[in-house]
Design a binder for this molecule. Structure first.
Ligand code: GRG
Length: 281
């Protein structure tokens, strides 16, 4: 089970049910990514096989269990949520020139940028087709979610408008780019599990909050990561000018704290990347 969900292990029957459901979701996922075309078969299954926590499918499975439980539609929706997530990872790694994803060389390192981008497109197209087979409501949730997710990525890329508060911008971006898909994963499980409208709406809100919290933690890890243990390069957001909450706080701290070791550390960290800091002092 992914970190944070280990509480499930305290209830063996529940943990077994969830694990069995996720095993079937995994079969559905890899089957759905398969292709008669040799290149596509390899490139589309590559990141799924490289690892990943499957947090979105897990939430779909869990929220369905608050209703009538897991069935074929729930499993399919869970697989489609992971496929949608996968499509974004292929693109994100090209945009960031990221060397590693899920502990393996990023797809663009193996096949080049064009194949990686097109593989992401193909996975998304297939995910949308599979979702459309689950009905128009599910299809609409998938499309609206994806639109919001892309907007989040777009606004992160261009940064805040002149009049926009940097903190508000950050919260909007992470809600859109990460909260949206986690919220959809929770909503679809509740929907296909037969939960009431009000329970489904609450679970969707819960999913959004989980996604935002998850992204915040990810952005902190970007600064604090131990490269040896995680394979991540700490300070990527700082260097690339992505104004995550920890980056904004670090900047504010360096500019406003008058003395002390904390301030020295913040200034040193920023001087590595932000040459104009001294002119603000
Ligand atoms: C595919 C047309 C198309 C556009 C993509 C790049 C993009 C637009 C969106 C990216 C959005 C993005 C990077 C959101 C953050 C995703 C995120 C939190 C990744 C890490 O998720 P984990 O920790 O990863 O769940 P694993 O590997 O465990 O699944």
């Amino acid at each position: 089970l992914p970190a944070g969900f280990d509480v499930l292990a305290e209830d063996l029957a529940l943990a077994t049910e969830v694990a069995e459901a996720l095993t079937l979701v995994e079969e559905d996922l890899l089957g759905s990514l398969a292709s008669a075309d040799e290149l596509v078969n390899a490139s589309a299954r590559y990141l799924a096989q490289a690892g990943g926590k499957r947090v979105r499918p897990l939430l779909t499975v869990l929220t369905s269990m608050l209703g009538d439980g897991v069935d074929e539609r729930v499993r399919r929706a869970a697989a489609v949520m992971e496929m949608t997530h996968l499509a974004t990872l292929y693109h994100d790694d090209v945009m960031d020139s990221a060397p590693v994803r899920r502990g393996a060389p990023a797809a663009h390192q193996v096949w080049g940028n064009s194949v990686a981008i097109l593989t992401g497109d193909l996975i998304l197209a297939r995910a949308s087709r599979l979702m459309s087979e689950l009905g128009v409501d599910a299809s609409k949730i998938q499309a609206q979610t994806f639109e919001r997710l892309v907007m989040g990525q777009l606004h992160e890329t261009v940064g805040p408008q002149e009049s926009e508060d940097a903190y508000a911008h950050y919260l909007r971006v992470i809600g859109d780019k990460t909260g949206s898909l986690v919220a959809a994963a929770a909503r679809l499980g509740a929907h296909f599990g037969g939960c009431s409208e009000s329970t489904t709406a609450m679970l969707e809100e819960y999913g959004e909050a989980v996604g935002v919290a998850f992204q915040l933690a990810d952005d902190v890890i970007d600064i604090t990561a131990d490269p040896e243990a995680s394979g991540k390069t700490p300070g990527t957001d700082l260097r690339e000018g992505v104004s995550t909450l920890p980056v904004l706080l670090l900047r504010q701290h360096a500019r406003t704290a008058t003395a002390g070791q904390d301030r020295d550390e913040a200034v040193q960290a920023l001087e590595l990347v932000d040459g104009d800091l001294s002119s603000d002092e």
